[in-house]
Write a protein that binds this ligand. Structure first.
Ligand code: FAD
Length: 472
């Protein structure tokens, strides 16, 4: 079959979530992802699904309530991938305004989440805060709030599992397949109609066209290149760094900032501590050029972190950056036909975050069903209550056995394996195990020498981007 109800472009959490929801409701779906599922924003994010802390500074309490509900749904429907995470929010004497704002907002978000399973926040003295996190800068420390949130340590895996569940319900998956352009045909009364997507497989070079009654773009910052229907987006660049693990750090640290609405976060992960994020307007090239963190951006992030963490903890192992479109709450879904646009058959969805992607996917599929005239004939959304099936886990074993298992889970490149399938490996382990992994892939997927060389080159290019800040 090469004709579907819906073609979804972008296999991050949002695109995979839309594909899963639509397929569960009985629609025929094709899902296109230019890289590996979840290799976009999810892979460089903080991996925190924030409820109460999510909308700090925005005073958008409807959103806080919704985020708390979505965080609960994630904890209940994917408990093998989402776990409760304590966040410590320190209060300093030099940040009194941020502190007062934060205390009020935490109290309110506890009230708004009165029915959620996680505990309400707890206030700690400076001594208690330092007992939990000895590395905290004691100068001016007044105390802290301990907040219960959720973490998705393997966000890429969540995106993959959503895509696999979509496949279980009949969706056809196209990983490593870039949608080059939308297929446009004349529509009714002089309007244009998007009738599908023209794509190219990045690994095989195969090209083709897939017809769809509706195309949903969930391509993150890749949306504008495919459709200018939302207008020129306001782009933002987010920078984060990987630090060595802070000894004994179990809590994520969240620092409210005086001059910015967002939080500065330091989050413990296996083998590393993720710290970020520094977000600023981006006016550079958005044509798909490699995005990296510069030395100046990393220095600025380090300056903010130095106010709260000791210098010896701040050794940057690698830095990453991503460009995303700024989407205001409530504007996550765009329907060009309903907004004076010139084309039918197209929707776009973006800006959902880690916490709200399921809800935005549900709204997008509701709208898609109405546009397709199927609102009454399909089953209702079930993603809020249907648990995500737990796949077989990777058996402990040799590198070859791990590769063999990853291939059964659609892992098709060396860099996907090393960067996104073995999160328990440190950077040094990845380096040392690379030759064995390459050999195992070559055998499993019949890679010839030029293909092996290309795989190593692509992996080295990806890891080199994380070190670009040292010279640029
Ligand atoms: C540094 C950082 C920190 C973050 N921290 C948080 C946080 O603390 N809490 C939170 O809630 N959210 C956070 N986010 C946001 C969150 O990660 C994303 O909103 C979430 O992962 C959903 O992303 P998405 O699916 O919309 O986009 P993406 O994950 O970017 O997915 C878009 C996908 O589309 C694909 N694509 C693009 N163009 C094409 C094309 N032409 N053809 C085929 N495929 C295409 C891309 O390869 C990509 O995989 C953070 C993001 C970043 C970058």
């Amino acid at each position: 079959m090469n004709s579907y109800d819906i073609a979804v472009v972008g296999g991050g959490l949002l695109g995979a979530g839309i594909a899963r929801d639509a397929a569960q409701r009985g629609l025929s779906v094709a899902l296109f992802e230019a890289a590996d599922f979840g290799a976009g924003a999810a892979a460089s994010s903080s991996r925190l699904a924030l409820g109460g802390l999510s909308a700090l500074g925005t005073l958008d309490f409807t959103r806080v309530r919704e985020d708390i509900r979505e965080r609960e749904i994630l904890l209940q429907t994917a408990p093998h991938l989402v776990r409760p995470q304590t966040c410590l929010v320190p209060f300093y004497s030099h940040g009194l305004l941020a502190q007062a704002r934060l205390r009020a907002e935490l109290a309110l978000s506890d009230a708004l989440g009165f029915d959620h399973a996680l505990r309400v926040h707890q206030l700690l003295s400076a001594r208690e805060a330092r007992k939990r996190v000895p590395a905290l800068n004691p100068n001016g420390l007044l105390g802290a709030a301990l907040v219960w949130e959720a973490a998705i340590p393997e966000t890429e895996r969540l995106a993959r599992e959503l895509a696999w569940d979509a496949r279980r319900h009949g969706a056809v998956l196209h990983p490593h397949t870039r949608v080059e352009e939308l297929y446009r045909a004349p529509g009714r009364s002089g309007r244009e109609r998007v009738g599908g997507v023209c794509w190219k497989n990045n690994l095989t070079g195969e090209e083709g066209r897939t017809n769809a009654a509706l195309v949903i773009l969930a391509a993150g910052s890749g949306e504008y290149a495919l459709s200018g229907e939302r207008g020129k987006p306001r782009l933002q660049k987010t920078v984060s760094i990987a630090l060595p693990p802070l000894p004994g750090l179990r809590d994520a640290l969240a620092f409210p900032q005086e001059d910015a609405p967002g939080l500065l976060l330091a989050v413990p992960h296996t083998n590393t501590c993720w710290a970020g994020s520094l977000t600023a307007d981006y006016h550079g090239d958005d044509s798909g050029a490699a995005i990296y963190a510069t030395g100046a951006e990393v220095a600025s992030l380090m300056k903010s972190l130095r106010a709260v963490l000791p210098d010896d903890a701040l050794v940057v192992e690698r830095a990453s950056a991503s460009v995303h479109t700024l989407i205001l709450p409530g504007e996550e879904i765009h329907d060009p036909a309903a907004n004076g646009g010139r084309c039918d058959g197209l929707l776009s969805a973006s800006g959902a975050g880690l916490t709200r992607f399921r809800r935005v996917a549900e709204d997008a599929v509701d709208l898609a069903c109405r546009k397709l005239g199927r609102a009454l004939s399909v089953s209702p959304c079930r993603t809020a209550s249907t648990p995500l099936p737990v796949p077989h886990s990777c058996p402990e074993g040799s590198v070859a056995e791990r590769v063999e298992f990853a291939v059964t889970e659609d892992c098709l490149t060396l860099r996907d394996f090393l960067e996104r399938r073995v999160p328990q490996w440190s950077a040094a382990e990845r380096q040392s195990q690379m030759p064995a992994a390459l050999e195992a892939f070559a055998e499993a997927l019949h890679w010839d020498s030029p293909r092996q060389a290309a795989e190593v080159k692509a992996w080295k290019a990806e890891t080199a981007l994380g070190q670009a800040f040292r010279v640029l």
